[in-house]
Design a protein around this ligand. Structure first.
Ligand SMILES: *[C@@H]1O[C@H](CO)[C@@H](O)[C@H](O)[C@H]1NC(C)=O
Ligand SMILES: *[C@@H]1O[C@H](CO)[C@@H](O)[C@H](O)[C@H]1NC(C)=O
Ligand SMILES: *[C@@H]1O[C@H](CO)[C@@H](O)[C@H](O)[C@H]1NC(C)=O
Ligand SMILES: *[C@@H]1O[C@H](CO)[C@@H](O)[C@H](O)[C@H]1NC(C)=O
Ligand SMILES: *[C@@H]1O[C@H](CO)[C@@H](O)[C@H](O)[C@H]1NC(C)=O
Ligand SMILES: *[C@@H]1O[C@H](CO)[C@@H](O)[C@H](O)[C@H]1NC(C)=O
Ligand SMILES: *[C@@H]1O[C@H](CO)[C@@H](O)[C@H](O)[C@H]1NC(C)=O
Length: 298
């Protein structure tokens, strides 16, 4: 805890928890995962929890206020003044065991520190008003900030091309031109010479290494249940050894993962990989459960 002269500013409706003794109160706040601030009062002390404080008024020096700060292994330089030791902001991350919460203390003005409380949230399913990804006629690259691990889910919805003999592809692209997973949804005639059967109007699931000039390491084909202009919904999940592709929640396609190309080596999802005229999918949205960000606590 860092203790400074100042007064806590908090919204109407927040009732701080009252305690008797300052030193004990400081220690209680320090050891309570969701305590953000303790403040000295005439009779004792208040505890404030995450998202209960707006700012600290540094011009009101009638009381002391304490907040948490993570310091590197060394003490701050003598030339760097408290409370933020030469930085414009300080942050600590707390967890209740399953979720993560960040408290930022921002030096907004000379006489005020602003508090910013956020929690780490990941997409669970299609957003209510998805921002379509596919309106530019180009291949779409979606770099992954986290690994696609068992338990994660990829989801895509959109519309099949309005005319036959089009296709679209979903690539799970790995490093060095590898494709742990490559899905081709063929509407009409197939263009692939490597298909086991003719491949017309099928969904191909395959794994590739190096270049598209070669043949896939493995491939499986399934009937394509969609027709021209059909709306579709595709979800992809995995175990360590298998991929499960769900079509509209009614059909499940299963594919064995190539052990040398695990799905967790995926670095980006790519739609319309080759960017050629035969590739088409309309009004589509792509997302996954690894799309995470810090959002303001409510
Ligand atoms: C200073 O802070 C104390 C304790 O929070 C508060 O009671 C008092 O009203 C504040 N004074 C001013 C001038 O804001
Ligand atoms: C942690 O906090 C989150 C979000 O408030 C909540 O959904 C979850 O149940 C909490 N976990 C535990 C173990 O209390
Ligand atoms: C698919 O759509 C075409 C017209 O676009 C129609 O002729 C055909 O009957 C449809 N096939 C099925 C199985 O619904
Ligand atoms: C698939 O699901 C989408 C939306 O979830 C729905 O609009 C569409 O009609 C479904 N398509 C088929 C062929 O069942
Ligand atoms: C990636 O997946 C493979 C196969 O399941 C596993 O052996 C390996 O430990 C995983 N690596 C990471 C970094 O998760
Ligand atoms: C894929 O690329 C081709 C050629 O640039 C374009 O005609 C087509 O509309 C693209 N499709 C998507 C879904 O971006
Ligand atoms: C508060 O956190 C949000 C989300 O990380 C960020 O966008 C915003 O800039 C932060 N505000 C300040 C004052 O740092």
């Amino acid at each position: 805890m860092i203790v400074i002269p100042g007064a806590v500013v908090y919204p109407d409706g927040v009732v701080p928890v009252s305690r008797g003794e300052w030193a004990q109160c400081l220690e209680e706040c320090r050891t309570t995962w969701n305590c953000a601030i303790s403040s000295q009062t005439i009779t004792g002390c208040f505890l404030f929890f995450l998202n209960q404080v707006t700012s600290i008024d540094l011009s009101n020096t009638s009381t002391a206020v304490a907040f948490k700060m993570s310091l590197p292994n060394e003490c701050p330089l003598k030339t760097d003044n408290p409370p933020l030791f030469g930085k414009s902001t300080s942050e600590v991350i707390a967890t209740n065991g399953t979720s993560y919460f960040k408290t930022q203390v921002v030096g907004s003005t000379e006489s005020q520190l602003t508090l910013n409380f956020t929690s780490f949230e990941c997409l669970k399913d299609f957003p209510e008003n998805p921002v379509l990804r596919g309106n530019d006629p180009i291949r779409y690259d979606y770099p992954l900030a986290y690994k696609f691990l068992p338990g994660e889910e990829f989801f895509m919805k959109g519309k099949i091309a309005p005319t036959f003999n089009k296709r679209f592809t979903i690539s799970f692209l790995g490093p060095s031109d590898t494709y742990p997973l490559f899905i081709k949804v063929i509407n009409g005639l197939a263009d692939s010479p490597y298909s086991p059967e003719k491949g017309n109007h099928q969904i191909e699931i395959s794994t590739w290494k190096e270049t598209f000039a070669a043949n896939p390491i493995s491939i499986k084909t399934y009937p394509n249940p969609y027709n021209n202009s059909d709306a579709f919904e595709i979800r992809i999940k995995s175990s360590d050894t298998q991929v499960f592709v769900y079509l509209n929640g009614t059909t499940t396609l299963t594919f064995d993962i190539e052990p040398s190309l695990p799905l967790n080596s995926t670095i980006s999802f790519v739609i319309n990989y080759s960017g050629t005229g035969g590739e088409r999918v309309d009004d589509y949205y792509v997302g996954w459960t690894g799309e995470c960000s810090w959002v303001p606590m409510t």
